[in-house]
Each structure stands twice: as C-alpha cells, then as structure tokens.
Design a protein around this ligand. Sequence first.
Ligand code: MOS
Length: 700
Amino acid sequence: MTPHGLRRPDGPVKLTGRAQYAADRIPENVLYAALVTATIPRGRLSSVDRDRALAAPGVAAVLTHADMPRMELTSSPPLGQPSHPMQDDQIHYEGQPIAVVLAETEEQARHASTLVGASYDIAPAQTDFTASEIADDGNPDVVVGDLESGLAAAEAVIDETYSTANRHHSPIEPATTIARWDGDQLTVHASVQGISFAQGALATVFQVPADHVRVISGFVGGGFGCKAYIWPHTLITAAVARVTGRTVKLVLTRANSFTAHGYQPATCQRVTLAAGSDGRLTAIRHHSVNVSSALGDYLEGTTGGTAWMYASPAISLKVTAKNLNRAQPTPMRAPHEGPGMFALESAMDELAYALDIDPLELRLRNEPSVDPVTGKPFSSRPLRECLLSTARRFGWDDRPRKPRSLRQGHELVGYGLAVATMDTFRMPSSARVSLRADGTIVVEAGTQEIGTGVPGVLSRIAADVLGGDPGSVEVRHGDTSLPPASITAGSMATMSVGSAVHAAATELRDKLESLEAGDEPGHAGRLKRAGMASMEAEGRWEPANAIDGLGRPAGYSMHTYGAVMAEVRVDADLGLVRMPRCVGTYAAGRIINPQAARSQMTGGIAWGYGQALLESSEFDAGLGRFVSKNLAGYLVPVNADIGELDVSFVDEPDPHASATGAKGIGELGAVGVSAAIANAVYHATGVRVRDLPISLNRLL
Ligand code: MOS
C-alpha cells in the first residue's frame, strides 16, 4: 500500500514510456523544421545562399525573413524576448534564427541546415560583462531611511561585490512545437509551462481570436523557466506552418537551446551591510546589475529577498540590466532570490565573522516584526522555527566558530548556514471536477505537468474534499479546451490550480449533498438514487486582495522561507569540494503532498549545489557566443555528488495565501544552498569565494 498522499499517478505512464511529450509525437504528413542561426553577434544579414540546402535529400523549402508573415507584438501574455524573430535583416545576437529549413525527416532538415550559406555586414558588437559593472549613479528602486547615517552608526561594515554565472536550464526534453493551421484555426502541440500563455501569445501575434488557437501539452520534459514565456521558435514554427500550409514540427537542438529561450544571466552584486556591536543591522545596500540582450531589459530581481529579509532602519535596493549583443535571459529556477540570496547571505556570514557573532544568532537578532520596506505584517513567517529546527537536526551548536579549525585526514571540514526565501506569485485558475456513479472522480484543468507531480497534488485535493481515495481520481490536463489555469512557473501551480480544484470540488460536494442519500453510502450512492450517471461542478480561484498581475496581496507581506545548513569537506591539497550532508527546513504554507514537496526541495538542493560548485556557461566576449553549446562543457551534479539530504517542513497553513492554505513551493529549495555551501567553504578553509561557481581555481 502506498501511504495516503504519496502517490504519483503520473509515475507509471512516465516509467513505461506511455506519457506523450511533444517531442515524441509523430504527426501525419509533417514537415520537420531546423533553424539556421546567426554566427555573428551584431550586423546585417546581407544574403542567404539556399542552393546547396535545397538540393539536399528531402528538403522542401528554405525560408528567410523575406518569406515570413508579419507578427504583431504583445506584452501580455509575455514574450520571451521583446521583439519578433525573422522580421528583418538585423542581427542582434549570435544564435538568432535567420532561416528555417523544412524537410521530410528531422535528420534531413538538420543536415540541410548546415548547408545554408549566410553573408553578413558585420557591425561592432558590445558583448563584454565584467565584475566591475556596478555603477553607483541613478536612483535606487527602493529607499528606506538614510543609508549614510546607518553606515555612520555601525560598528562593522561589510561592503563586497559578489557575482553569479550564466546558467542554462537544459531540460531533458528540448523545447518542441508542432503547428497546424486549418483556415484560421491553429492547433499547436508544445512543450511549454503555460498553454494559456502560448494560446494568448499566438492569437495576438497572428491576429486570430484566442478560441481559434488550441494548445496541447500532455507532458513536459522539464522547463525550469525556459518554457514559461513564449519564444521565437514557437512563433517561427506557427508562421512556417501558415506559409507552407503543412503541419510543421520543430525540436530545438541542444545547441539551439543555449540561445533560443533564455538562461540565467550573470549578475554582479554589491552588498553593503552595517551593524552595531549587538549585531543589529543599521544599513543594508544591495545594488545589482545583470546581463541582458540588446532587444530590451531582462531584470534579474536579485534584491527581492533583501527587501523583506532583515530589519534595518536604512535599506537601499537597485537592479539594472546591461544591454549587450547576447541572447535574451529569462527566469531560471530559482530566479531573482536565487542569485540574490547568494550575495546577501554570503555578506551576512562575513558580517557574523566581523562581529564575532554566531551566524545563526545574527539572523535571529535581525528578524523583523513587520516587512522592513512596506511596513505590512507578514501573512506568515515561521523563519525562526525553520532556523532552529535546521540547527537542531544539523548539530549546529557543536560547530567551532573559528574557520579552518576542523580537519579529518586530508580534508578540511566546514559548516555553513543561509536562509532561503521566495516571493509568492498567485494567478487565477479554474477547474472542473466531476463524480461518476462508479465512484471515480475526474479533475480537469488546463494546467501542465512539467515533472513536479501536479496530477498527484490535484488528486489529493479533490479526494480530500469529496471523501474519496486519491487513487480513484483521474486528472486531465495540458489542453486549452479544458478550464483555463495558471502557468506552471513562479512556483504557483499547487496553490493556484489546487485552489481552483478545491473550489470546484467543494461546489460539487455541496451539490451532491443536496441530493437525497441513497441505499449505498456516500456521494456515489446519492448519484445512483437520483438516477444520474455523473455530476460535475466548475470552480475558479482568484487570489484575494491582489494588487498586481502576480497576485501580490494588498495587506500582507507574503513569502516563503527556509533555513539551510551544509557540511562541506574540502581536499586540502586539491581544493575539491564535497557536500556529505545538507539539512533544510522550509515553510511554504500548507504542504499538500509531502512526497512531492520533499522531492521539490531535494531537487532544489541538488540544483543549488550545481549553482555553488559547477554550473557556468562560459561566454567568449570576443566571439560573442557561449563557448560550448552542449552538456559536455556544462557541469551539473549527479547523484554521486549529493550526500545525505535531510528535508523537513514547518507545515503552517497561510490562510491569506490561498483556499488550501498552500503557498508556492517549487523553487524555494534552490535558494540559499549556494550561500550555505560558500559559507561552509569559508568555515572549512578560511577562503572567502564571492564568485560562483566555486571552482578549483578560485579556491586554491
Ligand atoms: Mo520558474 S524560473 O518561474 O519556471
């Protein structure tokens, strides 16, 4: 027996290969597309030589911007990049699509794409991003109190610059689009994190009513943010299908993926922390700049968590983008607070040493009673419980304070702490729930299963309300013909879609209970007595008191929290870092499915380990391109890298957040880990590394 709430109904179909991903589909009478991309970072496409490609086996067409229909711009739903592909001859970044090859097989299309010739008028490009990018000019985005007097009042001041690397999402399933037009009706199979975003964007771009666009996304082979917004490859596929009148399928190559749908941009962050001898902060400054494209600003909101983390009479926050001839960045799990908390929590560790206060104690002393920027109460903030629980399970009290004081054989041992936080985004969702006379429950919602286990979460919510077994719930998802639901991004699917399912199931329960009781017990008995084969109800959830499109609440500071402690062992001669164990305690409102939640957190810790020690997409400013567009040159952790993970939750329902008391959880686990590891590395070695990843050359 599987314990209640611990099912993954999507597990068997995935394990047996029956789950259908867009990239797996073999449509009838399809043309396969392959992209030809710019090899220079800036200039003009002066000519395209198609002859060799057209002569290759199976090739049906080679299309350039001259063959493309006009595309309308839209900002809502959001496009990944703020201008459209293949609409003119201008080149803004290396990797930009300049032509599409269509052929009878995928292999023929890819081969022929290598035969397309392109000539350019090369223009000077700006591609360089260095660690000294922080400019102090311009007004901060957030100002509280007076920074200068906060600095003057301090006993200790930490003023350091931290940097994080370009990182790529690299989901197992490369982004895929299959598009077919029937008149002005468009059907798209797409590997996306938001079918409703795709539907809305495609309708606007091609100027057809939204209900003429159907987007289907059965299972998505990972996204991590790169499939959240709508990117050129999706629009190009739909455009090419319209031009040719054929069904067209485009699966991005792994190399395409490095420039086609964003990456986490390199950041450079200056953090200034000032505190009195009692450890209480008197000033916080966090100014940050990140890589963006020449097409427009993508802002990596690194200062997000700093805005609500610690009490301080003076706070100054600022984020800017540096526009370069590089592909457009995008959110990557965990965006914003992910890179940002590395800098803030490293600086807090430095401050703890400067004041000779235990890093845990320093955080407890700076717990705010209300949001330090907005003055709003916290909807719930059990961070103290998270810190104390993590410390107890980790054995923090046994830690000697002095760096480089623990050694086992040739290994230097260190313990590090960081806190985690994420913003809480809430978007409306709707769902339909029905009960059949045989007792089965059907949940329908236009949500996506991107690997997080959404069907299991929705089953449990419906079964809890209707009093059934989660195992008897069938979940239908991934189709815009179902009730529209939120995107699966910003950690909001469980909260938003779950709340809609809760509403629909509650409505259905009330309707069922207005029927007379039958001979057989329960709701199904009532249906039978009434002579009904099934009954359904729809539900919609809107975040209460939302003040913006992301559902931030009017009256509360609403976030999720965690506390992470890592033990590292550093080879004294080689600088090799291992993490034998990591303990995390997290608070994200009510935990709906403990197994799925734990899985998100352990995955997040592994992901944070990658951020700390391995991941970096090296960019060659001279060539204006990422050096290696494959996974051979991009290190990610494997199971053997990850030691013992101890994850638990402070299960405190947040009634202000959602109908179920749940808050967004998915990305929280990927926050704080890199700082905990960097702080542990300092504790082990006495070497403070402020630039991620902590590679051997930086440590030795
Ligand atoms: Mo997540 S980076 O919002 O998909």
